[in-house]
Write a protein of this length. Structure first.
Length: 956
């Protein structure tokens, strides 16, 4: 497979390297799907192909021995690792916050226990009558037993250690200015200090103030809970919980404060009396049966009322006034607030100023699209501290209004246009780490959408030239205008290339889709089906990068070739090496650079594995099993399609087997790192029959076959071989400007336009049906409703130079045009140079057109839907699904390859309402999907499906 897609897109600049590397760790899936074989024809024989094959061949026992993906980031100190595990990891962070919340509540409970058993001052009924001055010793000294003091001290030590772990970043001054830490010092530090000074063990410590620390932890948990439990909480729900917790903390603070201050009064209050007094005071003016009789407690009550009432009133006002105004929009008082909300926030002010952020520019804000983007972006731990600024000219709909508050601490919404410098200034575009320019999925006029994307990209480049751009477009010809972008995701290039490669390598769309979606390999873990467990486990494979000098896997391969390192790394550790990047200014990521690429210490390598090697504690686990599987997969990968057929047949005659082995060994010899010069033969000794042939000659066809082969002739084609009219070269005419150089099987002489229409005879050919041509290989039917330049990327992989000439399958383009119309002359001029490519007018929904196209002789049928007129967006795949169902019912052996707009519609492909197993499987997939699983994509492997949602994941 050649890299026709994203050939000029993986070129990260020197600036913002950390962000781009972390972004490319998880989301370079589009790059993996197409291997660069332009300059190195032997790349097809590299261990990359073996490694990809072995990823699908591992059995259940091997998967249990392989380490699952863990969090880690290489050379970090102990404190950084603790922070990464307990804070950045979402699930462990929630457990960590729950534990911290429990500590605060426990300390408050222990304080109440100490108050109940404290009998200090109970013998003095009236302190003021017995003395002319109040004795304040009762305020500073209390009674406590050793066991209770020990428990309180242990809790305080753990609590302050947790606080230091969370807030300390190397600066003591900044730590002392944190209110949370200061409050922690007041409630915990005296207890720890009393360990060394026993006389201070009876000193009073206001531990009840920990309730406010617990309140802050609770609010933080409400922000993060939805990402773990996949449950959506509204802003109203959070405000109610916040109001209730604040009210509880206020009452508890007043109760404990009154109880302690009244220790110096004439009348002592216990906890219940203090609680009764606080409730009565806040609800009414009081009954007079309990009242503070010393100035200290009286001042406390005044301060409590002055400080707490405004806070409670503000929350009540927001809960019962502001929220109804925003949601109902029924009163004039809420119009100003509503318009301000529509315009979004100003990133140049407030808490977001100065934070590391990225800007996402999108025309239409779709809740599902934004939710997927945020989930995939924050799946990487390195992105946890990055804010996202959404810049869109559209208003927030109701679903987005409920989604945005869930990410309020990480996402800011600004209503504006990228063509307005003031709006770009509001987003602080000049200080952004990156800019994402995305296209909405439901757009019908894709050409107009690309034109708008071009202007947005130019505007960002003009305003902030140094900010890297990640742009998503629909048409390949758009790339010509935005070559300045760091990465360009072209839907047509990626889509058509992947659909074509599905004919060559079944299941490649599933493989790429799973790489695009972040997974921890836990999907299907609870399933009772073994294949679902294996499928779910290996879905955890992701793409990682590592510096060679810091790598345990590839450090020993310095000076070795890329193919050598790829083969031995997979054989030893089970990882799949896919690309490399030189440590040079302006260097690009090279996919499968071949045996001519020698690995250096400062190179950055990209590999596929279940986890990055920094997190893999025992990376030699299961090494023997992996070696066996790697050897088997490597043998199959080297043999290619012919080897697959050979393995399924019976015994092979000794003469043919010997010749085949010699040819196979000769091919494998190209993979081994050569230590000879160009003038030395690859095979030492006196064997003069085997001569070295230039690797470039394999690509360009400079060398011809041997004399024995010429004398034998072609056993497949007969007298006139198809190879005589074909040459390996680049297409003389490209469908659009900006396409990559690609070596293909091309005709030596261009065919006439009349010979391209398979359903009409001409003066050169009288055939009117595919059956009359007598093709040796089954055909591929491509049904397209609107011909586009993207079809060019479908033809290239199917006519690539590495495909055997006698295995080329005829391609019939079924174009949905009128019978009296023809495609454009430019389109016909492009396909006229490709061998065995024809077209005919017709519709995929017409059985007569399918029969005329030779569907009975076809092996694959590719259905591509360019446009949709459905009113409901999820019905955009309606025509495709019904047509696919009809074809499946009439031609069950035909392999259908198609694209769907929404992944949720996959369950309707080849739908059988009487299949109880499939219905139960659908229920299981829905449960897994609620937990963020990609298990619903498993149907695409057997049915050749691909969803355009995966295109969105590439940009994320």
């Amino acid at each position: 497979m050649a890299s026709t897609v994203f050939s000029n897109q993986l070129a990260p600049s020197d600036s913002n390297t950390d962000f781009q590397n972390s972004h490319q760790d998880m989301k370079k899936c589009s790059s993996v799907s197409f291997i660069d074989t332009t300059n190195n024809p032997e790349n097809l024989l590299t261990p990359l192909r073996k490694s990809i094959s072995s990823l699908f061949c591992q059995n259940e026992s091997a998967t249990k021995k392989t380490a699952r993906m863990q969090y880690g980031s290489g050379d970090q100190n102990f404190k950084s690792r603790l922070q990464q595990y307990f804070i950045e990891n979402h699930k462990s962070s929630l457990r960590f916050q729950l534990f911290n919340f429990f500590l605060k509540v426990l300390s408050c409970v222990l304080y109440c226990v100490r108050v109940v058993y404290d009998t200090t001052g109970e013998d003095a009924t009236d302190v003021r009558l017995a003395n002319t001055r109040i004795k304040y010793n009762a305020l500073f000294w209390v009674e406590i037993n050793d066991l209770l003091w020990t428990i309180q001290t242990i809790v305080a030590a753990i609590s302050i250690a947790v606080t230091v772990l969370v807030f300390y970043n190397g600066r003591i001054r900044r730590l002392l200015m944190n209110i949370h830490f200061l409050l922690e010092l007041i409630t915990s530090a005296p207890l720890i200090y009393s360990i060394f000074v026993p006389e201070l063990r009876t000193a009073y410590v206001p531990i009840f103030l920990n309730c406010w620390l617990a309140n802050g932890i609770l609010e933080n948990m409400l922000h993060d809970l939805h990402r773990v439990s996949q449950v959506s909480y509204s802003a109203l729900f959070r405000q109610i919980i916040s109001l209730f917790s604040t009210l509880v903390c206020t009452i508890f603070t007043g109760t404990c404060g009154m109880e302690h201050l009244q220790r110096v009064g004439s009348k002592h209050f216990d906890l219940f009396n203090s609680f009764y007094f606080i409730i009565v005071t806040f609800s009414t003016v009081g009954y007079g049966d309990f009242y503070p009789d010393v100035w200290v407690s009286q001042l406390f009550v005044v301060i409590l009322i002055v400080a707490v009432l405004p806070m409670l009133l503000s929350k009540v006002f927001f809960l019962f006034v502001v929220l109804p105004l925003k949601m109902c929009q029924c009163e004039a008082l809420g119009q100003t607030s509503l318009e301000r909300e529509k315009s979004g926030m100003d990133y140049t002010r407030g808490l977001g100023k100065g934070e590391t952020h990225v800007v996402v520019i999108i025309t239409h804000l779709e809740a599902d699209f934004i939710e997927d983007f945020l989930t995939e972006f924050y799946a990487h731990p390195k992105h946890a501290g990055i804010l996202i600024v959404l810049l869109s000219p559209s208003e927030l709909d109701n679903r987005m209004k409920f989604k945005i508050p869930l990410w309020a601490h990480r996402v800011l919404y600004i209503r504006g246009s990228a063509l307005n410098d003031e709006d770009l200034e509001r987003t602080q575009m000049a200080k952004a780490k990156a800019c994402f320019i995305l296209s909405a999925r439901h757009v019908r006029k894709k050409n107009e959408s690309d034109e708008q994307t071009i202007l947005r990209s130019w505007a960002v480049k003009d305003f902030a030239p140094h900010v890297p751009q990640f742009v998503q477009v629909f048409r390949p010809e758009t790339k010509l205008h935005i070559e300045h972008a760091e990465i360009i995701i072209c839907e047509d290039e990626f889509k058509y290339s992947l659909l074509a490669n599905n004919c060559i390598c079944p299941g490649i769309s599933t493989y790429i889709t799973l790489l695009m979606h972040t997974s921890r390999g836990e999907e299907g873990k609870k399933s009772t089906e073994p294949w679902q467990q294996i499928y779910g486990f290996h879905s955890g494979n992701e793409i990682y990068d590592v510096l060679v000098s810091d790598s345990k896997f590839f450090g020993e391969y310095v000076g070795k070739s890329f193919t050598y390192a790829s083969f031995h790394a997979h054989k030893a550790f089970g990882v799949c090496l896919v690309g490399a990047k030189r440590n040079e200014p302006g260097s690009r990521i090279l996919l499968n650079p071949g045996h001519s690429f020698l690995i250096q210490r400062l190179d950055r390598l990209y590999y596929i594995a279940l986890t990055n090697e920094e997190s893999l504690m025992d990376f030699t686990k299961g090494i023997h099993t992996q070696k066996k599987q790697a050897n088997f997969a490597s043998s199959i990968a080297n043999l290619g399609p012919a080897g697959m057929e050979l393995s399924s047949t019976v015994e092979v005659p000794e003469e043919k087997e010997t010749g085949f082995k010699l040819k196979w060994k000769k091919r494998r010899r190209l993979l081994i790192k050569s230590t000879t010069t160009d003038a030395e033969p690859l095979v030492p000794g006196n064997n003069t029959e085997i001569e070295r042939r230039s690797s470039v000659g394999v690509v360009t066809g400079e060398w011809a076959s041997s004399e024995s082969e010429e004398e034998e002739g072609c056993d497949i084609c007969g007298e006139r071989c198809i190879e005589e009219s074909i040459i390996k070269t680049t297409p003389p005419i490209s469908a659009y400007i900006g396409t990559s150089v690609y070596l293909c099987h091309m005709l030596k002489e261009k065919r006439s336009f009349c010979c391209l229409q398979i359903s009409e005879p001409c003066e050169h050919c009288k055939f009117v049906s595919p059956r009359e041509y007598g093709w040796q290989n089954p055909a591929i039917i491509v049904a397209v409703d609107q011909p586009s330049t993207g079809l060019y990327n479908l033809l290239l992989p199917l006519r690539a130079f590495y495909r055997p000439v006698h295995e080329l399958q005829p391609i019939i383009l079924l174009l949905e045009i009128e019978d009296n119309q023809k495609p454009s002359s430019a389109f016909l001029d492009v396909i006229a140079w490709f061998p065995l490519i024809y077209w005919m007018p017709g519709k995929i929904s017409s059985l007569d057109n399918l029969l005329s196209a030779g569907i009975c002789l076809a092996e694959h049928i590719i259905v591509v839907k360019e446009g949709s007129s459905a009113v409901e967006k999820y019905l955009a795949d309606c025509t495709t699904i019904i047509t696919a169902q009809k074809i499946h019912r009439m031609f069950p052996k035909l392999k259908l390859i198609t694209e769907l707009t929404y992944s949720s519609n996959m369950r309707f492909m080849q739908f059988d309402p009487y299949d109880s197993y499939a219905l139960q499987q659908s229920k299981f997939e829905k449960r897994e999907k609620k937990h963020g699983s990609s298990e619903s994509f498993q149907k695409s492997e057997s049915k050749g499906l691909f969803t355009m949602d995966a295109i969105d994941e590439v940009a994320q």
